[in-house]
Design a protein around this ligand. Structure first.
Ligand code: GAL
Ligand code: ZN
Length: 699
């Protein structure tokens, strides 16, 4: 990792950038493009992604002239270049020469050239070629201060390319297993292969997954997913090590994706100086399921901010949005036009959640190829599109907002978010549950969101962190799906609660060991003492089964609170029952949630996936116990976020919204931007942390 502490002309200030592909346009056009970027207040220009065939049209014949010219123009206009290694799209001549670099599907089908991401992470040939091209680029720009940082490749795993099933991968998988298991006996024991006669005589007999009549062995599947993630991390490390070798001051990042399950970004984060992701709000919301009218226009703020909070929380590194939707996009089922002002709203919302830069993808709508139906900040004729005006407004406003940040009016930028609550998240648990969801609608991310949404609906800032992170600074910690737990993790969580922390577990906790096998003792296994209850039964429930719980001391049907998908019947031992099932039939009266005082803190176990009202109840009570300041319940689509003593209020709805700020004394509110009245898809920024005085009229 380099010595990166900030980038660009104004290190660590909040900025706007753009992704530019000069190679798609005649060079006579570039100067005008770059001028118009500068006029919009753009500070960073990302280039060279996918440009391998232009950079190296024939083996060993490198052409940097075009990129040098673009870098120079960018510098002439006071901006900084961020370059990408071009490895996401190996050129045709390379594929012809070394076809063994191509990925294979599970059934052996080759993923041919003709689009992108067609290479295998474990191919020794591709690693050699990667080293060659990265060295060449890094060497060319090593002493060039106009280039401030690098993005490795593009969106590892996009288009279902995290897994490859080729012979190189099979060899690498066996090596990976060899390092972990002494021999086949140990592996057989660890996985439990006696079932269905799946024993291996030798690790040499283990293959990558192939088409099979029934599902994969879950322990084998978990190790294959671990191996896949490790393969990508190792491939990326090859690139980050090379870049660091040439210039330690460059920042190196990779652009991650919306709720991407196949890559352990906590591990990859160790090799990065800055973490970034690609945000396409109207697309992501369609991936998540049915979307409301407003969501089709501006996305779901909680889905977006969950990603921001996740990527911002990685090892405390600086955080960017590396691709921001600029207008309509080509890939979701429906290509809706974002609301008026949405591109401005997204930049502010990301900044509020900790982004130091928001980089729009792309500069100009393309006349050719796969992404013609994708907007840019400029239209295909070069004129300004809706996104350009929004980006320009956002750039101006961000400068003003941070201008007020220092006491003396000096522009110092804003520190990152300081969150009182953490949600625990990790990849091993996603992989362990995958394949054994046990309900068609079970979704790990949706379970996390069920606890995240009510926090955001009260304006509470949340870090999304790995379970083994230092938890000391958090007033409350939520662990929605710790399916696999180790003894160390039990100690870590016990210590947190004993020293005064408020801990809330969700369902499916403490079920499995590290090999994805059921534990002999009842769920939640080694957490049973801390929780003060065990799980007697579990079931998954379709939506039309009656699924409600109520507080134990409630009397009356009006207190029925719906849950969904998952239900556990709890046997309290040392904990108090807090919610019980009110559904008719065999669940009636059984315990659904418990609470136990532990040391100076408390532990709650909730055995169901809460729907909105139950989530609100649980989180409301948690925040009270943890004494976390929060806003009054905000309406769906209206969100407030504090960053370094500045409060952003974002309206993701087509309604006008009026913000109320309660006055307990003489305090007045200064607005850095806007005021208490928000237009549809508008935002305001108040000076100071006003969260605990804030409410919104919901008529
Ligand atoms: C991203 C990708 C870009 C472009 C964009 C289109 O996922 O990184 O290269 O394809 O989607 O929205
Ligand atoms: Zn492969």
């Amino acid at each position: 990792m380099g010595t990166f502490t900030g980038v660009g002309p104004n290190p660590q200030l909040m900025s706007i950038g753009v992704c530019y592909f000069p190679e798609h346009w005649p060079s006579e056009r570039w100067e005008r493009d770059v001028e118009q970027m500068a006029e919009a207040g753009i500070e960073y220009v990302r280039m060279a992604e996918f440009s391998w065939a232009v950079l190296e049209p024939e083996r060993g014949e490198f052409d940097f002239e075009w990129l040098d010219e673009a870098v120079e123009l960018i510098d002439d206009h006071g901006m900084k270049a961020v370059l990408c290694t071009p490895t996401a799209s190996p050129p045709g001549w390379l594929v012809d020469e070394r076809p063994e670099i191509l990925q294979r599907d599970r059934d052996g089908t080759v993923k041919h050239a003709g689009s992108r991401r067609h290479y295998c992470f474990n191919s020794p040939a591709y690693r050699e070629e990667t080293e060659r091209v990265v060295r060449e680029m890094a060497d060319h720009y090593a002493d060039d201060p106009r280039v401030v940082g690098w993005q490795t490749d593009n969106e590892y795993g996009c288009h279902g390319t995290a897994d490859c099933y080729c012979e190189d991968c099979a060899d690498a998988f066996r090596d990976w297993l060899d390092e972990r298991y002494a021999d086949a006996d140990e592996l057989n024991e660890a996985w439990g292969t006696t079932f269905w006669s799946q024993q291996y005589d030798s690790i040499e007999d283990v293959d990558v997954p192939k088409p099979t009549p029934a599902q994969d062995h879950p322990s084998y599947a978990l190790d294959f997913r671990r191996f896949t993630s490790d393969s990508i991390i190792e491939y990326n490390r090859l690139q980050t090590d090379l870049l660091e070798e040439y210039n330690e001051d460059w920042f190196v990042t990779h652009n991650f994706m919306n709720l991407f399950p196949s890559l352990d970004i906590y591990e990859m984060g160790e090799d990065l100086d800055l973490v970034s992701w690609d945000s396409y709000p109207t697309g992501h919301v369609q991936e998540a399921g049915e979307s409301s009218h407003d969501e089709l226009r501006a996305g779901n703020p909680d889905l977006l901010s969950f990603n921001h909070d996740l990527y911002r929380s990685i090892l405390g590194k600086p955080f960017w949005v590396m691709e921001q939707q600029p207008g309509d996009v080509n890939w979701p089922p429906h290509s809706t036009q974002p609301a008026e002002g949405a591109m401005r709203l997204w930049a502010h919302h990301a900044t509020a959640h900790g982004a130091d830069a928001v980089v729009y993808f792309r500069w100009r709508r393309c006349l050719e190829a796969q992404e013609q139906y994708h907007a840019g900040l400029r239209k295909q004729d070069g004129s300004a599109d809706r996104g350009y005006h929004d980006a320009q407004t956002a750039a101006d406003e961000l400068l003003d907002i941070e201008g007020g940040a220092g006491d003396d009016g000096d522009s110092e930028g804003l520190e990152t978010t300081d969150a009182p609550v953490a949600i625990l998240h990790d990849y091993e648990n996603i992989w362990a549950i995958a394949g054994q969801e046990h309900a068609p609608d079970f979704d790990y991310w949706a379970l996390l969101q069920a606890f995240y949404r009510p926090l955001r609906a009260r304006g509470v800032s949340v870090d999304v962190v790995h379970p083994e992170s230092d938890l000391e600074g958090y007033d409350a910690v939520i662990a929605p799906a710790l399916h696999m737990v180790t003894a160390d993790l039990v100690d870590h969580l016990t210590e947190y609660a004993e020293s005064g922390g408020q801990l809330l577990f969700g369902p499916r906790t403490g079920v499995k060991d590290e090999y994805n096998k059921f534990r002999p003792e009842p769920q939640p296994g080694p957490l049973a003492d801390l929780v003060g209850a065990t799980v007697d039964q579990h079931e998954s429930a379709p939506g039309h089964l009656e699924t409600t719980v109520a507080p134990v001391d409630a009397d009356g049907a009006s207190d029925d609170l719906p849950y969904r998908t998952w239900a556990e019947w709890l046997n309290p031992t040392t904990a108090e029952p807090t919610f019980e099932y009110t559904s008719e039939g065999i669940t009636a009266g059984k315990t659904a949630a418990v609470r136990k005082a532990v040391g100076d803190g408390a532990v709650v176990y909730c055995g169901v996936q809460p729907e909105a009202r139950l989530g609100d109840e649980l989180i409301g009570a948690l925040l009270e116990r943890a004494a976390v300041p929060h806003a009054g319940a905000l309406p769906t689509g209206v969100r407030a976020t504090v960053r370094d003593g500045v409060t952003w209020i974002c309206n993701f709805t087509s309604d006008e919204v009026t913000v109320e700020l309660e006055r307990t004394g003489e305090e007045t509110t200064d607005w850095r931007l806007g005021g208490p009245e928000l237009e549809p898809f508008d935002l305001s920024v108040a000076d100071g942390d006003v969260i605990d005085r804030l409410s919104v009229d919901d008529d």
